[in-house]
Design a protein around this ligand. Sequence first.
Ligand code: HAM
Length: 422
Amino acid sequence: MPYQTVKGTYDLLPDQMIRFNMLEDLFRQFLNLYGYGEIKTPVFEYTGVFQKENDTSDMVTKEMYTFSPNGKDSLTLRPEGTAGVIRSFVENKMYGNSEMPLKLGYIEEMFRHERPQKGRQRQFTQMGIECIGDKDPLIDAEVIALGYFYIKTLGIQSVKVLINTLGDQESRLRYKQSLIDYFEPLKDELCTDCQNRLYKNPLRILDCKIDHEKDIIAKAPKMELTESSSKYFEDVKHYLDVLEIPYEVDDRLVRGLDYYTDTVFEVVSTNEVSGSQATIFGGGRYDDLVKEMGGPQISGIGFAIGVERLMILCEAEEIFDYSKSIDCYVINLNEDKDYALSVAEELRNNSFSCEMDYYRRSLKAQFKSSERKNARFVIIIGEDEVKENTVTLKDTLTKAQESVKKDELCERLDQLMEDYYV
Ligand code: HAM
């Protein structure tokens, strides 16, 4: 094959697009339900938007598509949505908004140079939210609720919610030190990445894909929370209970990105079809990111759902009960196509989806096409219909056939559809 998609990228063909759009449409409804406005940021940003000093995440250190078209500016295809949204929040001074928190949602393509496998691409789509400006356990619970109830509304059963807290700054600083004290003498047993993470961000060692099964990770000390941090987490859990969202506390959940503070969470698939890429969505709170990006010291929280991973799960759980159909198929038996063309266009102008025969094939062949396209109504136009300014209308559900005046066709279709659904 002379031309192929780049490794880790893929085409979405029309049938898949229908499913993809269905997932996105429902997500947009959820954005609306919870008061989120949609935002679109550029596909590429200055590299500094994503890369912060001392960043230890794989995403930033190994997986970014970074380029310099003029040899001066370093640009990067966005690997995730949060940093771009916060850049926009600060650049557009959205913190001046009197209604806080500000709620922003997005559906966008992301790019990471990862090893491709099922559920892990180099170009993928995230549907995400960022709720910026206030910090309250109620907001954390509401953010988790939006994602959880979205997944449940789709009808997916096999997921579980994992939550944890990374504590406030004081708890985290204390914990970092106790992890350094613990891992320092065991440094040689860690992978090279974790050796690098030891002093920069030892929490990330707990999340290491290579070391995670080692005994030294299992035996690492647990975080001791300050009183206020512990109360905050208890309150988040309380609100999740009020919302009847089942969850498990996973004290090893630290997430793969560096900016998280306090509440972190993931919704993971328990369906074996998801394999090793089971995290359908993940997110958490970030107290310092807005400040780091030049804004005021205000906190935010959000998550992102991986649409491709969600698709795999939806297919496995047979969520998509969809067969493509159209309202009308126009069969034309005349040499002159003008009459059929004007009927088809009139139908479309009245919001009936419609296809027609272009080639004046045999009646049988045109009927076959109407069946393949799953047309609800077939509209037959022969010589008599043109002479009498009528059409023959066949309802494929009731099998009834009738002659209808051309200019009364749309009204009749409305009536038949209405009668059928009462
Ligand atoms: P993340 O955990 O890196 O978080 O990605 C979120 C989701 O994107 C994952 O749970 C997964 O479903 C999907 N995903 C990530 N990488 C890939 C890939 N290579 N192929 C397919 N799907 C993938 C973030 O990106 C944060 N920005 C989420 C967030 C928003 N935190 C706060 N606000």
